[in-house]
Design a protein around this ligand. Structure first.
Ligand SMILES: Cc1ncc(COP(=O)(O)O)c(C=O)c1O
Length: 394
């Protein structure tokens, strides 16, 4: 049978990630040291796990309301107000999603018509482009530059705005660059959004994993709240990737439309994860602080090692990724990652996976033990020396 003819036109055009071949290769190899997966190496803190177990013991095995438990939505509202001074009505302006991933999908489905343009700073999280594609929207990439520590350039954003621009997606702290946008930059983007009547989607998945300076919560900025949809979650901050829980906050007329899709698509986020997340907000801050301190120690080490290898690299200020340039080797990022994997059995992600601005870079996730990071850096040093020797011999 020719199955393609059964697939909808919309989905037929959906491109699988360009680095699938790389991951297929890594999966086939034994003893690969992987710094490629974007998740904490820490397990979920025990009291949070225990709250999940207790929820099951109490036979909390049923659906909740579509938006999720009111206690958790209220706890999220209190948490956001405490951290950033931003206010949401937990009943109408917040609901729970299956990770930040579902939130991104819903937001784009609810906001974008075919042909609408959405500005996305790149390098960026891999789902942004796919979600925009599935909604029929057109992605306009605005590259963030190493020279600028991967901060967003408001002038470049202004130049990308057209009469078709509907929204801008901000994702800071950034996966894959570790950039934390400055308050001035974010305020300028809000001003542009006001001037051109744009909606802002702010993906703040790593908001509590910030080392230098402070996280800027976009809807807390003057003029931003009315036009911003905030996407947040538990996956990274609380080491809860497998529980699959996140949230959307924003003005009720927008959020309620996203909830309408969620209602048909998902019904509700799994009940155990909701109960565990209530506990995360109750007792989790100390754990978040400890894990972030440990990421910072690793960040300092890996940054120092990459710098010593002569790679141009920005010191990440948030999340747990570092994004060195390997352009001087003459290899594309995919070639570099494949050859490094073959030669040294270390898996890292080619920067080209993250959009236009990512070619010539590598994403290394340092949410891994110091021992693993040290070994990976030793092997990287050896690989770069070998590349240099080969070049000289040519
Ligand atoms: C920037 C960013 N947003 C959203 C997500 C999705 O998070 P979740 O696992 O909660 O769906 C990720 C996951 O890697 C991410 O890096």
């Amino acid at each position: 049978m020719h199955y393609e003819k059964y697939i909808s036109d919309r989905v037929l055009g959906l491109q699988p990630s360009g680095i699938r071949r790389f991951f297929d290769l890594a999966a086939q190899m034994a003893d690969v040291l992987s710094l490629s997966v974007g998740e904490p190496d820490f397990d979920t803190p025990l009291p949070i796990i225990q709250a999940g177990i207790e929820s099951l013991h109490n036979k909390e095995t049923h659906y909740t309301g579509n938006a999720g438990r009111p206690e958790l939505r209220e706890a999220i509202a209190i948490h956001l107000e405490k951290l950033y001074g931003v206010q949401y009505d937990p009943l109408k302006e917040i609901f729970l999603t299956v990770g930040g991933s579902e939130g991104l999908y819903l937001a784009m489905q609810a906001l974008l018509n075919p042909g609408d343009e959405i500005i996305i700073p790149t390098p960026c999280f891999v789902s942004y482009q796919g979600d925009a594609f599935l909604s029929g929207g057109t992605v306009i990439e605005v590259p963030c530059k190493l020279e600028n520590d991967f901060d967003l350039d408001p002038q470049a954003v202004a130049a990308a705005i057209t009469p078709k621009t509907k929204a801008i997606l901000l994702g800071f702290p950034c996966n894959p660059t570790g950039a934390v946008a400055s308050k001035e930059t974010m305020q300028e983007i809000v001003r542009l959004a006001e001037e051109h009547d744009l909606i802002i989607l702010s993906d703040e998945m790593y908001d509590q994993i910030v080392y230098d300076g402070e996280h800027v919560c976009v809807p807390a900025l003057p003029g931003a709240w009315d036009r911003t949809v905030l996407l947040g979650g538990f996956s990274k901050n609380y080491a809860m990737t497998g529980w699959r829980i996140g949230y959307i906050c924003g003005p009720a007329p927008l959020v309620q439309k996203m909830l309408a899709i969620h209602q048909y698509l998902i019904m509700c986020v799994n009940t155990t994860a909701q109960d565990a997340s209530i506990q995360a907000l109750r007792i989790g801050q100390e754990y978040v602080r400890e894990m972030t301190e440990e990421y910072q120690r690793r960040r300092d080490y890996i940054h120092q090692r990459l710098t010593a290898m002569g790679l141009p690299v920005s010191k990440p200020r948030g999340a747990f990724y570092i994004f060195p340039s390997i352009a001087h080797t003459g290899l594309t990022s995919l070639e570099f990652a494949e050859q490094f994997l073959q030669a040294e059995k270390v898996a890292i992600v080619p920067g080209s996976a993250f959009g236009e601005g990512g070619e010539g870079f590598l994403r290394i996730c340092y949410a891994a033990s110091m021992e693993k990071i040290t070994e990976a850096m030793n092997r990287m040093e050896r690989f770069l020396e070998q590349l240099a020797t080969n070049k000289q011999e040519e």
